[in-house]
Design a protein around this ligand. Structure first.
Ligand SMILES: Cc1cc2nc3c(=O)[nH]c(=O)nc-3n(C[C@H](O)[C@H](O)[C@H](O)COP(=O)(O)O)c2cc1C
Length: 369
C-alpha cells in the first residue's frame, strides 16, 4: 500500500495570488503545519497548463481514451492517483472559470469510462472540497458551480465532502480581510479530521474486499456464538433496509433507531426546487404526526455547511442525514425528491417520485397509522 498520500490541488483562477488561490494556499499551509507529513501536493494551475477544450469527437465513448495529446494526459493521471482533491475557482458568469471548465470537460473521458464502459479505473476512493469566491452577495451565486464540481467529482469517484464559499469578495486581496474565512480553511487543513480523511478512504479495492470478507466472517462467528438480542440497532437484523449516516453534528444515526415507528423517508437536495417546495409541508406534517408515532428522516445530497444554513432558514424540525451518494445509490434514487413511507420494521410501504402534495402525504400516513 502506498502510504504517501497525494493531494491534487487545482487552481482555477487566472489571477495570480487572487482570492481563491490565496484560500487554496492557506489550506495547503494548514496541512503543512499539521502533524501529518507523509503527503505530496500536485498543483495544477488551470490557466498555465496547455489543455484544450473537449472537441466532442466521442472517441472516448468507444475507447475510454482521450485522443487529444496535450497536458491533460498528465492531469488524468493526477486525478487517478489522488487521495484528495481540492478545487478552487472564482465565479465567472455564475459558473467556474473557463480554464477550469476546459479541464472538467476533458474529464468526459472519465464519464465515458464510468457510464458507457462501466469500468472503474480508479483504485482509490477519495474526498474532495470546492473553494470559491464571488463578487456578488447573491445567496444562490454558487449553486451552478457547485453542480459542475459535483458532477466532476462523481466521474472521478470523489465524494463532495465540503465547500468553502465566500461572496462579496471581488477585488484582489479582498479575501485577506475576511479573517474568518482564512482561519476556517487553514484550520481545516491542519485538522485531525482532514488527516483522517486523507488516510482513511484511500484503501485500494483489494484491501477493502479483504476487510469486507473479514467483517462478514467475524459477524457470522459473532451471531453464531451469541443468543442475546443485539443492543446496537445497526446489528438488528430484523430491521429491513437499514442504513447509518451522519447528521450535521457528525452524529451517526441509523434508520433502525426509529424501529417501531412509521418513517417518512425523503431523499432531497437544497439545489432542487421541488425538494425545497415540499419542506414546509414536511415540517407541518411532522408537527401534526410526531406524537402519533411518525418520524420524518430527510437524506440530503448536500454538504454539511449548505445544510446548516438551510435548516435554519426553513426551520426544519426533523432528522436530517447527509449522504455522500452511497445510500441513495443503494436505494436506486435517480431523481430527487423521492419519498418513501417505511413500516415499523423498515419495510417499504409506499414510494413517490417527484413533488409530494401534502394532502397525499397525509392520506398515505393516515392509512398506515
Ligand atoms: C470574467 C469575470 C466574470 C465574473 N462573473 C461573476 C459573476 O457572475 N458573479 C459574481 O458574483 N462575480 C463574478 N466575478 C467576480 C469574481 O468572482 C470575483 O472577483 C472573485 O473574487 C475572483 O476570484 P479570484 O481572485 O480567485 O480570481 C467575475 C469576474 C470576472 C473577471
Amino acid at each position: 500500500m502506498d502510504l504517501n498520500k497525494k493531494i491534487l490541488a487545482i487552481y482555477g483562477s487566472p489571477r495570480q495570488n487572487g482570492n481563491t488561490s490565496t484560500l487554496m494556499d492557506k489550506f495547503l499551509e494548514g496541512i503543512e503545519n499539521s502533524s501529518f507529513n507523509n503527503y505530496t501536493v500536485n498543483k495544477v494551475f488551470a490557466s498555465k497548463v496547455n489543455v484544450s477544450p473537449c472537441r466532442e469527437c466521442r472517441v472516448c465513448s468507444k475507447t475510454g481514451e482521450c485522443v487529444v495529446k496535450d497536458e491533460m494526459q498528465d492531469i488524468f493521471k493526477l486525478f487517478i492517483e489522488a487521495d484528495f482533491i481540492a478545487i478552487a475557482s472564482p465565479i465567472f458568469f455564475t459558473t467556474v472559470s473557463g480554464y477550469l471548465k476546459a479541464i472538467i470537460d476533458r474529464c468526459q473521458r472519465f464519464w465515458s469510462l464510468k457510464y458507457e464502459h462501466r469500468k472503474n479505473i480508479f483504485t482509490k476512493e477519495k474526498n474532495g472540497i470546492f473553494i470559491s469566491c464571488a463578487g456578488s452577495g447573491a445567496k444562490d451565486i454558487f449553486e451552478c458551480s457547485k453542480k459542475v464540481i459535483r458532477s466532476l467529482f462523481d466521474v472521478v469517484y470523489a465524494n463532495y465532502y465540503l465547500d468553502f464559499l465566500y461572496n462579496n469578495i471581488d477585488f484582489k486581496g479582498d479575501i485577506l480581510k475576511n479573517k474568518n474565512a482564512m482561519n476556517e480553511i487553514y484550520n481545516f487543513g491542519k485538522s485531525k479530521k482532514f488527516e483522517n480523511l486523507l488516510k482513511g478512504v484511500s484503501m485500494n479495492k483489494k484491501l477493502s474486499f479483504i476487510f469486507f470478507v473479514a467483517l462478514i466472517i467475524i459477524s457470522i462467528i459473532f451471531i453464531g456464538c451469541s443468543n442475546a438480542k443485539a443492543e446496537n440497532p445497526d446489528n438488528d437484523l430484523t430491521y429491513k433496509n437499514n442504513f447509518t449516516l451522519e447528521n450535521i453534528d457528525d452524529e451517526e444515526i441509523s434508520l433502525s433507531d426509529f424501529k417501531g415507528k412509521l418513517i417518512v423517508l425523503n431523499f432531497w437536495a437544497t439545489w432542487c426546487p421541488p425538494c425545497k417546495a415540499e419542506i414546509p409541508d414536511f415540517v407541518e406534517t411532522y408537527n401534526e404526526y410526531k406524537e402519533k408515532g411518525v418520524e420524518f428522516v430527510g437524506v440530503s445530497m448536500d454538504s454539511k455547511s449548505d445544510l446548516r444554513q438551510f435548516i435554519q432558514a426553513y426551520d426544519i424540525n426533523y432528522t436530517l442525514l447527509i449522504d455522500g451518494g452511497q445510500v441513495s445509490k443503494q436505494w436506486g434514487i435517480r431523481a430527487v425528491p423521492a419519498t418513501f413511507i417505511l413500516g415499523r420494521n423498515g419495510e417499504v410501504l409506499f414510494k413517490n417520485i417527484g413533488l409530494m402534495e401534502k394532502s397525499k402525504l397525509v392520506s398515505e400516513i393516515e392509512k398506515r397509522l
